[in-house]
Design a protein around this ligand. Structure first.
Ligand SMILES: O=C(O)CCC(=O)C(=O)O
Length: 261
């Protein structure tokens, strides 16, 4: 696959890095060309339609809105995740050793009016070191009407919030969602144009409301990248398995891990 026609590669500027570190999030601009966007949307929709039913308010977030391991189903997602325009940006922000730790679609199709509560991504699975980054790429324009992400700028400065009372073994089994109390007056919507990528820190407080558009979906590719030595705090500090994308890892199981198919 010749990705030069599909992806837009551009290093972060010093100003952007400062902004990310200070605010905890950054819209890095377009990472997909129109052709890349079209191909990614087509492959994502093929996977989505093969797996997912219509929205059902009695179903969980997972059932309605999430399709995991999307890099295993879509070649363009795999290229984007492993060798795309975000990987070198992760080196700039995290360091020389990088692994991919999550790839999924979070789709809120029209009519899916369920909100997703306030949380830190490191609340659903605490990784150490605490510099894991979530990377959202909008596959169409997203705004308040169709349920864009809402965040609290600088909230990453609060550090890890203890959610062990919510995320105990029993509640995990029941797929309980985290919904932290926050100061809503500090929240801002993060609107994005199709093909743009937003990155944010693993301690960033964020949530989304439902999709209240009658005519537009809200389709997002959701990836996460971590330091190649990142461990799962909730799992006896075992190394998080994920494909090594840059540099090296002290864990042989990470070096040898083949995530693709
Ligand atoms: O897709 C959304 O609206 C929210 C998803 C999210 O915050 C997450 O999966 O951590």
């Amino acid at each position: 696959m010749n990705t030069n026609d599909l992806f837009i590669f551009k290093a972060l500027t010093r100003k952007q890095i400062h902004c990310y570190n200070d605010q905890g999030y950054l819209n890095v601009g377009k990472t997909l060309t129109p052709a890349g966007l079209k191909m990614m949307l087509a492959q994502a929709m093929e996977s989505w339609e093969a797996e997912k039913e219509a929205f059902d308010p009695n179903n969980t977030w997972l059932q309605n809105s999430l399709l995991v391991d999307i890099h295993k189903r879509s070649e363009i997602v795999r290229e984007f995740y492993f060798r795309g325009p975000v990987v070198d940006k992760m080196v700039q922000l995290i360091g020389p050793n990088i692994k991919g730790v999550t790839s999924q679609l979070t789709f809120k199709m029209r009519g899916n009016t369920k909100s997703f509560g306030w949380h830190q991504d490191n609340g659903y699975g605490e990784l150490d070191p605490y510099n894991t980054i979530t990377v959202l790429t909008a596959l169409e324009d997203v705004d308040e009407e169709n349920g864009c992400l809402r965040i609290i700028p600088e909230s990453h400065k609060k550090g890890q919030i203890d959610v062990s009372h919510i995320m105990n073994a029993e509640s995990k089994a029941r797929q309980v969602s985290i919904d932290l109390e926050v100061d809503e007056s500090k929240a801002i919507p993060v609107e994005m144009k199709a093909g743009e990528t937003l990155i944010f820190h693993c301690w960033m407080l964020h949530q989304s409301r439902g999709n209240f558009s009658k005519v537009r979906d809200r389709r997002i590719l959701f990836l996460r990248y971590a330091d190649a030595d990142a461990v799962e705090v909730y799992n006896q500090r075992r190394p998080r398995l994920g494909k090594l994308l840059k540099g090296s890892s002290r864990f042989p199981e990470v070096v040898e891990y083949e995530a693709s198919l």
